[in-house]
Design a protein around this ligand. Structure first.
Ligand SMILES: Nc1ncnc2c1ncn2[C@@H]1O[C@H](COP(=O)(O)OP(=O)(O)OP(=O)(O)O)[C@@H](O)[C@H]1O
Length: 244
């Protein structure tokens, strides 16, 4: 089997007395779609933060991406190597159009020269199936789903090997979640590895090939999604608290 694309070893992040990520180790295989679940405050976003180093790295532990140790590397270098992420809040520049928003990511994230910019931007917008007629509209006039498409396109324009998505389904309607599911499958089928944090369990279970569950900063369970969700520790810690 080839080397993992991402290898997280004993990663810990402390904020004063709070350990948000506690000695977490896992690997991500090339091309897979790994789901990440866990109750609110279990450390999922902090895990993305310390892997991308946006805005901070781990307190201790090592992280390897595509064979290189990245836990002390500058965030823009990590992104340039092909590890990109999205945030829970949509990226939105009120004065820019949809295409210009993705252009910002292409310019600053990938350092693309002007003559290559437009082609890459339109390609990323095509991949997320963004309506061509809305590409010149200001971002403020777009729907929640269209802004999510833009957020994903802004990550894709950086030509990632790994795409880390933090709760992309939040605020979406059922039909929009179905559209997002198809989009994630399509992106993954192009060979891009995806890490997906998601509270919408139906989506997470539908697309994840493997699942990890965090609880109170620690890795609670890992493996086949259906098996993991049957794990009594997961039922108690994750489903139990959500049902409460
Ligand atoms: N910058 C920070 N400073 C201090 N504490 C933080 C910081 N970021 C996160 N935390 C704390 O770390 C813990 C884990 O938070 P995190 O946002 O990673 O959880 P999460 O699993 O992503 O939650 P959610 O599902 O609600 O998004 C929480 O207790 C949170 O309050």
């Amino acid at each position: 089997m080839s080397n993992p694309i991402l290898d997280v070893r004993n990663a810990t992040k402390r904020f004063g007395g709070l350990t948000a990520v506690n000695d977490v180790s896992f690997i991500v295989r090339r091309g897979e779609l790994l789901g990440i679940a866990g109750p609110n405050g279990s450390g999922k976003s902090t895990l993305f933060n310390i892997v991308s180093r946006i805005p901070f790295g781990p307190t201790s532990g090592g992280i390897w991406f595509d064979g290189q140790q990245i836990d002390r590397m500058a965030p823009h270098k990590i992104a340039g190597m092909g590890l990109t992420r999205t945030f829970q809040k949509d990226v939105e520049f009120p004065d820019l159009t949809a295409s210009e928003t993705v252009g910002v990511a292409a310019t600053y994230g990938k350092g693309l020269p002007r003559n290559e910019l437009q082609g890459s931007v339109q390609q990323a917008l095509d991949l997320v199936e963004f309506d061509p007629e809305r590409r010149t509209m200001p971002t403020t006039e777009l729907s929640v789903y269209q802004r999510k498409q833009l957020m994903i396109a802004s990550a894709l324009v950086m030509d990632p090997k790994v795409l880390m998505l933090d709760e992309p389904a939040s605020g979406l309607t059922r039909p929009e979640i179905s559209a997002l599911e198809a989009l994630l499958r399509k992106i993954n089928a192009t060979g891009i590895t995806i890490l997906l944090i998601e509270h919408v369990l139906s989506l997470l279970m539908a697309v994840s090939k493997r699942l990890i569950v965090l609880n109170q900063g620690a890795l609670l369970s890992e493996g086949d999604p259906t098996e993991v969700m049957k794990d009594p520790a997961v039922v108690e810690a994750y489903l139990g608290t959500r049902a409460a």
